[in-house]
Design a protein around this ligand. Structure first.
Ligand code: ATP
Ligand code: MG
Length: 501
């Protein structure tokens, strides 16, 4: 799967995971909303119930008054027919109002307390029937019967109150239950949403971390590989599966192709250097030979001017020959084709000869040149004498190159854990810390104010390291600018490949 698809899928996944608690929270809110709707309905019903109480009370009073006034309606009896009619109209209207309010209560009241209002409806229909009967009797002048109905009516009105109280209680109970339910829904929603949110966040974190790791790990590996290539290692081990189907797999494949091409180029370059150096070597020795013949006067007398010129040609030819030899050495070592001529080296004689060559130079430059061979120095060591001479010769020639007059160059050799350790220390210009790691690279020369680019090819230490490592040894350097440099070479008593003769 391509990276873009993977990122989009991950984002969709995270959105879905976060949407679950949000959806749950919304559902819980809807539940709460229904409950609050019910609670406000209950408030309205309670209001209507209050209105009903008042209307029933008004109807009761009006009917009572009418019952008192009706027998006195006759003017002969001292009554006022208008008052009677008016009272009757008031009573009628009060009864209608109560009936209407009761109807309203019934339409609003289809909830859990519907049952509680049934007795009220029944009693009210008995009351209205009673009122009708009382009026008929009153208007027919049957006072006694009307009186009996009146008593029954009072009892029915009296029964209404507790029945209305019962409805009130039913509403209050339902309100209490709804409040409890609202409380439990709210607290359950809060805790469930919190847990769901925590789980969603954890899942998001895990998914995010996994995605980041699948992206960042190969990028870090590639970055390390690139850094190795930049430092000259064209065969870095980058463990990104090349068959990965995404863009990182493409990158890994391109990186692999790039490094193999770089390796091929490097091989071609070494091959070219080796072939070219080899081809240059022969004409150079021919030139050197003819120059010597000319200088020796074999082809006739040479004057002083010509002699000087021939000497210059000869010096430059020697320099060129040395450079070609060194180039050949480097390319042979790099190709693994250099062979060591191993034999037993008498160490004291070896150091005697090596340092003897430099003593004259030391005297000429006024340099203090102590050589100390410790008493425990092994008498012999198996190695390629010429090559080791080249290594230490280069260290010494560097030391002489970079140590001013009156300085000190010290050579120390001692036994060391299965071999010999040689130190060449000088009090010369020193090497800056940021340059020190590069001095063993091919063609590298420090170039700064304290040490302008010196005469030389910058190959001496590169070859020295190859030679020492081919002997199974190590070479390192410490330095401080302005105070001096110390090279330390460790050589095992015999190279690992030499076996135990
Ligand atoms: P070549 O040895 O090939 O003739 P070179 O001496 O310049 O040339 P290396 O011996 O490889 O090359 O040394 C590399 C560089 O390290 C030198 O050019 C110099 O800048 C620095 N260097 C080596 N030895 C010392 C030293 N003792 N003191 C200060 N700088 C040194
Ligand atoms: Mg050198």
């Amino acid at each position: 799967m391509k990276l873009r698809q993977r990122i989009v899928l991950t984002l969709v996944g995270i959105t879905v995971i976060l949407a679950i608690p949000a959806a749950y929270g919304l559902l819980a809110l809807r539940g709460l909303h229904d409950i609050t709707d019910r609670l406000s309905e209950q408030r309205v019903v309670t209001g209507t119930l209050g209105d009903l109480r008042n209307a029933v009370e008004t109807a009761r009073d009006a009917q009572r008054r009418y019952a008192v006034l009706a027998p006195l309606a006759d003017p002969a009896l001292g009554g006022n027919p208008r008052d009677t009619v008016q009272t009757r109209v008031q009573a009628d209207s009060a009864v209608r109002e109560a009936t209407r309010t009761l109807e309203l209560l019934r339409t609003q009241n289809d909830g859990a307390y519907a049952g509680a209002s049934l007795p009220v409806v029944r009693t009210w229909s008995e009351i209205t029937a009673g009122i009708r009967r009382e009026r008929t009797l009153l208007e027919a002048g049957q006072r006694d019967s009307a009186e009996a109905v009146r008593r029954a009516l009072e009892q029915q009105f009296g029964a209404m109150d507790p029945q209305l109280d019962e409805v009130d209680r039913a509403i209050a109970n339902q309100t209490g239950r709804d409040l409890e339910q609202a409380e439990s829904v709210a607290s359950r929603a809060a805790s469930t949403t919190l847990v769901a949110l925590a789980l969603a966040l954890a899942a998001t974190l895990i998914i995010g971390t996994l995605l980041t790791r699948t992206l960042l790990r190969p990028i870090a590996l590639l970055r390390r590989g690139m850094a190795s290539v930049a430092e000259g290692d064209f065969d870095p081990h980058v463990h990104i599966p090349r068959e990965r189907p995404d863009e990182l797999g493409d990158l890994a494949r391109s990186f692999g192709t790039m490094t193999s091409q770089l390796r091929e180029l490097d091989r071609l370059k070494a091959e070219f250097v080796s072939v070219a150096s080899h081809e240059i070597k022969t004409p150079l020795s021919v030139i050197r030979g003819y120059v010597t013949l000319l200088a020796d006067g074999i082809y006739g007398e040479v004057n002083d001017q010509q002699k000087k010129t021939l000497e210059a040609v000869s010096t430059q030819t020697d320099r060129l020959t040395r450079l070609v030899h060194r180039l050949l050495d480097v390319s042979r070592f790099e190709a693994g084709g250099a062979r060591l001529e191993l034999r037993e080296i008498q160490l004291r004689a070896f150091f005697e000869e090596l340092t003897g060559d430099f003593r004259v130079l030391a005297v000429q430059n006024g340099i203090h040149f102590p050589v100390s061979l410790s008493d425990d120095l092994p008498p012999t060591l198996v190695g390629d004498e010429d090559r080791l001479n080249e290594v230490l010769g280069n260290l010494l020639s560097n030391a002489f190159k970079f140590t001013p007059k009156e300085g000190t160059i010290r050579v120390e050799a001692a036994r060391c854990d299965g071999g010999v350790q040689v130190e060449v220390e000088d009090t010369g210009v020193g090497i800056p810390a940021d340059k020190l790691p590069h001095v063993f690279e091919k063609f590298y020369q420090v170039d700064n104010d304290a040490q302008p680019r010196s005469v030389g090819s910058g190959l001496g230490l590169a070859i020295a390291r190859e030679i020492v490592e081919a002997h199974g040894g190590t070479i390192g350097a410490e330095s401080e600018v302005g105070r001096g440099t110390r090279f330390r070479v460790f050589l095992p008593e015999r190279p690992p490949a030499a076996g135990h003769a």
